[in-house]
Design a binder for this molecule. Structure first.
Ligand SMILES: [Zn+2]
Length: 192
């Protein structure tokens, strides 16, 4: 896919954040919402996808707030998966508004000027939420919309963004894809 590389990074970060911190099912097992130091690690690792600069550990209270934003981003992707584009876009608009998303050019740490999606003075959790929501907004506002989805494998609700050329991805991971293939193979053997 040919997104702006920063946009691609923020979308990957949004997907990683949703998958790391929202409870549900992962590859046939229960996915618990992490807490405490695990939550800080999970959030920090997720947002690292958005930047080539090393991200210092996200403060614990910001990590808690980002977990709340992640629930709302999951809802957006679930609406896309369900074909409810109006609901997805309306819901994402409310995340953009509530996180005070705002384009602003910035040049810090010796980097060339580049576009941030949050106010320079935003709290860290709001800044990340605004960035990740804006990345998703670029995807939702384009024919790339159907590149977002929820894993189709049984007992899995992790989300994905399909950045492949042909855009045929339906699973969160190769593990889930292989699980589904193996189950289909077993069904064929039983049927014959
Ligand atoms: Zn899966």
């Amino acid at each position: 896919m040919d997104f702006d590389s920063h946009v691609s990074g923020t979308v990957l970060a949004a997907v990683a954040l949703v998958n790391a911190v929202t409870p549900g099912l992962r590859g046939g097992r229960t996915a618990e919402a992490p807490g405490g130091a695990d939550l800080v690690d999970a959030v920090t690792a997720a947002v690292q996808h958005a930047t080539t600069q090393p991200v210092p550990p996200v403060p614990a209270d910001d990590a808690e707030r980002l977990a709340g934003w992640a629930d709302r981003l999951r809802t957006v992707i679930e609406h896309v998966e369900g074909g409810r584009v109006d609901d997805a876009c309306t819901h994402l608009n409310s995340v953009l508004a509530d996180s005070h998303a705002m384009p602003a050019l910035s040049h810090h740490d010796g980097e060339p000027w580049h576009l941030h999606f949050h106010r320079p003075d935003a709290a860290e959790s709001d800044a990340w939420a605004a960035s990740l929501a804006t990345g998703l907004a670029v995807v939702l506002g384009n024919p790339t919309l159907d590149r977002l989805g929820v894993c189709r494998a049984e007992a899995c609700d992790r989300v994905y963004v399909d950045v492949s050329r042909n855009g045929t991805r339906r699973f969160c991971s190769t593990a889930c894809q292989n699980r589904v293939k193996a189950a289909a193979y077993r069904r064929r053997r039983t049927a014959s």
